[in-house]
Design a protein around this ligand. Structure first.
Ligand SMILES: NC(=O)C1=CN([C@@H]2O[C@H](COP(=O)(O)OP(=O)(O)OC[C@H]3O[C@@H](n4cnc5c(N)ncnc54)[C@H](O)[C@@H]3O)[C@@H](O)[C@H]2O)[C@@H](O)CC1
Ligand SMILES: Nc1ncnc2c1ncn2[C@@H]1O[C@H](COP(=O)(O)OP(=O)(O)O)[C@@H](O)[C@H]1O
Ligand SMILES: [K+]
Length: 510
């Protein structure tokens, strides 16, 4: 699903009106109906609802929502329209005209002074002050109103965007002066700002409402930001042929584990096998042999000369994917071995965890990364590699710059993991849950991505597929085990079921 920038939304609206032979007011009614329906499913008609409308089309939506709710028997609807410069958008004006003809509705048009209504935690506020037309941070009365709503404890439903939040970049915005929604009801496609952790408290739960915007225009308008869903990954998954053997599904070599961190190798290997790789070989410290051979009997083991950590990353056989990182530590001799691997390997590479920390210790190694190497840093590893970042917007911008510059794929992990391709395109993931914030779940992800590389998928696809399937396996496991109890071996064990769910178009994915 494409994530559009706010300034392109008008274009999509216009194309929708033209293609469907409707006017913009009819589209507004459609949007308002969708919002009103959501409110109706959540609150009884006896609920007091305070509607705040701004001067633009976001305000027009809000006025229409107020009218529809009133028509549906919600008699405790109070409406405040902020018309402080004496100019409303055309459709907002039309909605105002419709509303004031309604008998008995409590309507106030604010032109100068404003006495805010009493609000408590028992009330619902519908926030239609500003949406994607916001052109500067809230100031003056609007800022005070946002703070007043936030302090009231009322349940806030924001239309399209919490007022004061921009659709894209908000690093300079003081979140205290932005309306804090409990529920954000946005239209058709998400905004980029939904994917940054700093906006999570402002957005509350967010939901997309289908208002049947024009598909062909949405296909046409370019964007560098996308959200990956089941329907996007399913066409990538290749069916298994009847007449095949394990060699058709590739061989993975995992440089993983060291004394005290053999579990990382176990988890990566298990996830790799559960995601369809034909053969998996773990190369690790000698001490790890009994652990790996017992915990993952399906994997082969290649002992390093060293007892406790890896000192040699020579690749002696043909492997369709090579992984380095999980649990390898950052011993100087391991860094030397990694340097040798980067300079010599011809196989597609996945680098994770300590491999990235090794590179951070010897930053010139970044220039040795083969094209299309997949690196999978979490925020800490990313900042160690590329410098400290104060916020997730700056970090994403840096990831885009680095993916282009080094011609690599960067999987920046977190909630909504962002996979950044060498083109600079960003694919946000839609699966995963907080139960996955547990030791070893990154090791599992590395194994899943490597499995797809080994099976012959292009690195960009292996990364996006791996991230989606890893998150989905976590979502399926959490249903049985719960967020507190989920451990990373559960995620590994569910990978196969996650892949099957996508192939079989299981509900609720499709
Ligand atoms: N495809 C869609 O997403 C649809 C969107 N619609 C609605 O249309 C909205 C966008 O409407 P508009 O483009 O009119 O934009 P807005 O209603 O968000 O705001 C624009 C108005 O607010 C003023 N303004 C902006 N920032 C301000 C600030 N900081 N202080 C004071 N005034 C400020 C502008 O001068 C302008 O008058 C969406 O957010 C959505 O609610 C729907 O009506 C129809 C379909
Ligand atoms: N709150 C969350 N929502 C979605 N996914 C999460 C969440 N927390 C963690 N994850 C996922 O779990 C994995 C954690 O990886 P990482 O931090 O490297 O863990 P570890 O180092 O313990 O293996 C990442 O893929 C991340 O996207
Ligand atoms: K709003």
């Amino acid at each position: 699903m494409k994530i559009f920038e706010s300034h392109t939304i008008k274009e999509i609206d216009n194309a929708t009106c033209e293609a469907q032979n409707i006017d913009s007011l009819q589209l507004m009614e459609r949007a308002a109906n969708a919002v009103a329906c959501e409110i109706i499913t959540r609150f009884f008609p006896t609920q007091r609802i305070v509607v705040i409308a701004g001067p633009g089309n976001n305000g027009g939506d809000a006025l229409a929502v107020a009218r529809i709710l009133y028509e549906q028997g919600y008699k405790k609807v109070e409406v405040f329209l902020f018309n402080v410069i004496g100019k409303l958008s055309h459709d907002c004006e039309e909605e105002r005209k419709k509303l004031i003809t309604m008998d008995g509705i409590d309507f106030t048009e604010v032109k100068r002074d404003f006495q805010p209504p009493y609000l408590s935690e028992n009330d619902v506020v519908v926030d239609g002050m500003f949406g994607c037309g916001l052109n500067k941070q809230l100031q003056g009365g609007f800022m005070m109103l946002a703070r007043y709503i936030n302090d009231s404890g009322a349940y806030v439903v924001s239309i399209d965007l919490p007022s004061g939040l921009f659709g894209e970049w908000n690093a300079d915005v003081n979140r205290r002066d932005v309306v804090h929604a409990d529920l954000t009801l946005s239209f058709q496609t998400p905004k980029l700002s939904f994917f940054f952790s700093e906006n999570s408290d402002v957005l509350g739960e967010w939901k997309l409402l289908d208002i049947d915007l024009d598909d062909s225009m949405m296909k046409e308008i370019p964007t560098n930001y996308l959200l990956v869903e089941a329907k996007n990954v399913r066409p990538l998954l290749k069916p298994r042929k009847l007449f095949t053997g394990k060699r058709d599904y590739g061989s993975v070599l995992l440089f993983s584990g060291s004394i005290g961190m053999m579990g990382a190798a176990v988890l990566s290997a298990r996830a790799c096998l559960r995601s369809g790789a034909g053969l998996v070989t773990v190369h690790s410290a000698r001490i790890g042999m009994p652990v790996v051979q017992t915990a993952v009997p399906e994997a082969m083991f290649e002992p390093d000369r060293n007892e406790n950590y890896i000192t040699d990353m020579g690749v002696h056989h043909t492997h369709q994917a090579v992984v380095a990182g999980p649990g390898i530590g950052t011993n100087d001799r391991t860094v030397d071995a990694l340097e040798e691997l980067l300079k010599t390997t011809k196989s597609p590479l996945v680098l994770d965890a300590d491999a990235l920390n090794c590179i951070a210790r010897r930053p010139q190694l970044l220039t040795n990364l083969p094209s299309y190497t997949i690196i999978t840093p979490h925020i800490g590893e990313f900042d160690r590699l590329f410098g400290e970042h104060n916020n997730s917007e700056d970090r994403l911008k840096k990831a885009i710059e680095m993916a282009k510059y080094h011609n690599i794929i960067i999987v920046l992990k977190g909630h909504y993991t962002a996979t950044v391709r060498p083109t600079g395109r960003v694919y946000f993931n839609s699966t995963g849950n907080p139960g996955m914030a547990t030791a070893g779940s990154g090791d599992v992800l590395t194994g899943v991505i490597a499995a797809f590389l080994a099976q012959g998928y292009r690195p960009e696809h292996a990364a996006t597929l791996g991230v989606y399937i890893h998150g989905l396996a976590g979502d399926m496991a959490v249903k049985e085990i719960g967020e507190y109890g989920l451990v990373s071996s559960d995620i590994a064990n569910y990978c196969g079921r996650a892949i099957r769910a996508i192939i079989n178009r299981e509900s609720p994915l499709f």
